[in-house]
Ligand binder design. Sequence first.
Ligand SMILES: [Zn+2]
Ligand SMILES: [Zn+2]
Length: 273
Amino acid sequence: MKFNTVLKYVKSVLDGFWDLLYPPKCVFCAALMEVRRDKIYICESCRKTVRFCANLHCCAVCGAPMVSSEYKYCASCYNKRKNGFPIYFERIVGVFEYNDDSKQGILALKNAQRLDAYDTYSVLLHGMLLSKLGGVNFDMIVTVPPSRQRMNGIGFDQCVRLAEKLEKLTGVKYVKGCMKRNRETLPQKSLNLGQRMTSISGAFSLRVPGDTVRNKTVLVIDDIATTGSTVNECARVLKEAGARAVYGGVIAITPAPSAVRTGSDSNRYAAVK
Ligand SMILES: [Zn+2]
Ligand SMILES: [Zn+2]
């Protein structure tokens, strides 16, 4: 028997013991589940309530789910373009719509007892990257620099764990600590567009030598995108250092504003169909 075959056998036996000791649970409701080959632990009941971006029409830039499939871009991205706010990233891709149903599952990321959630989320994010950005050859993965609040709350950085899992799934190198946070920022959700741009501007800077990112296609990992401003600021830093293209990969994205979700303002958005 070859050494690799023996290793695989030993690993499968150890995995079996692990599953007996810690039976898999749904990442949303913690219901006990059978072991699954795809490692996606979301029970049948939660699959019915959670909204997967894969099944929704999402903005072609920030990835926000929209109710109407009439428009290519959400109102926020449309207004940014119209008002000359620069968008530095190419596109953001998310796994779930962030709402009351998915909130519990996302909180599992912050729960040190639910480290199994990272397997489910990284497999799902990998699937979304393949289906939506399959033609993109990433050179490196980076993470949004954590806020003090994030680190204090859970003691570890969930984006780092996600990026490490994605590195294993994709084979794309994760450059840890690529960017640093220069200062704390206000929660983006509470601010209007202009305030968001001002609040986040200059909040991050590059920690690695510029050569690391020059001419590279970069994937930025974050947990939740509420406005795309955080990924945008990371993209600004990376592009200024010479990155060729920057994409965002997140677990959840808040839905687009209702004006576009209902498609009620057709004249205003007709130009960006
Ligand atoms: Zn469940
Ligand atoms: Zn958008």
